[in-house]
Design a protein around this ligand. Sequence first.
Ligand SMILES: Nc1ncnc2c1ncn2[C@@H]1O[C@H](COP(=O)(O)OP(=O)(O)OP(=O)(O)O)[C@@H](O)[C@H]1O
Ligand SMILES: O=P(O)(O)O[C@H]1[C@H](O)[C@@H](O)[C@H](OP(=O)(O)O)[C@@H](OP(=O)(O)O)[C@H]1O
Length: 293
Amino acid sequence: MREEMPYGTEEGEGEEVGFPNITHKRLVVVGYALTSKKTKSFLQPKLEGLARNKGILFVAIDLNRPLSDQGPFDIVLHKLSGKEWRQILEDYRQTHPEVTVLDPPDAIQHLHNRQSMLQAVADMNLSDSYGKVGVPRQLVVKRDASSIPDAVANSGLTLPIVAKPLVNDGSAKSHELSLAFDRYSLQKLEPPLVLQEFVNHGGVLFKVYIVGEAIKVVRRFSLPDVSKRELSKTAGVYRFPRVSCAAASADDADLDPGIAGEFSCLGIGFLPLHLDKLCIVTVFSNIKLVFHC
Ligand SMILES: Nc1ncnc2c1ncn2[C@@H]1O[C@H](COP(=O)(O)OP(=O)(O)OP(=O)(O)O)[C@@H](O)[C@H]1O
Ligand SMILES: O=P(O)(O)O[C@H]1[C@H](O)[C@@H](O)[C@H](OP(=O)(O)O)[C@@H](OP(=O)(O)O)[C@H]1O
């Protein structure tokens, strides 16, 4: 039996929100399976309060019990990876076609890998979408750090090089970023990696969050430009745990007018679905259409 309980029909926040127009509608039950890191950042009391007021109830999925024994759920919301979890979800989708799984494993698989995530953008060939939209030139190195200097030279990628873990599984480690300034230092990087050319972009980027028809854009401070002079004077690998995080808000920052019209997509994530881009954001509609999972 699904729960039925009164809840408010007007927007509100937090737990103190009253129930101005009490109605009896069926609750929407959302089972969630998230890492503890994600539960902390995503399932904030404010969100839970707002959801409750809209008749949405979040219920933690117990990973130690069969999914089918839990619920009933209207929606299963997850951000876990791994073969075993994928199989559990696929089986559940077969046996519970009435439940919406956000997102189905097949729809998000390519977003776990930084190579395949950007290939989708490159394939769009957005050469004239209110400006030019592309991805940084990149190279994948799966093993053998000693091969990196030659691989970079052969591919024609220019220094400095941004190195990112190939797999993005949502762990803190998978968000670590390195910047290598000279050829010798490249062998200090730790594959499997995606190596990208550093794109000068004026030190500010846009993050675009998309949920259905709703789009929210924020500006974030980013890595500063690297001039030729600076490159010639700098050596080594510099590691950055988190660049352009929420604390680096740059909503009031000016943009470098010199880079308008050139867009580089850096990555695509989900929950919330978002795109990172360098430079100006006049290409929303194209991106929105393509990345609905
Ligand atoms: N090719 C690049 N050229 C210049 N700066 C870059 C490049 N790639 C990444 N950066 C900088 O590094 C930051 C992190 O890169 P990226 O967005 O790929 O990592 P991430 O772990 O997916 O981050 P998040 O999940 O927060 O978006 C970017 O916000 C940007 O400041
Ligand atoms: O706070 P913003 O700027 O939106 O950055 C997010 C990243 O873009 C997401 O990729 C992070 O989620 P994952 O760590 O699950 O990839 C997400 O991790 P979090 O939910 O644990 O905070 C954030 O770091």
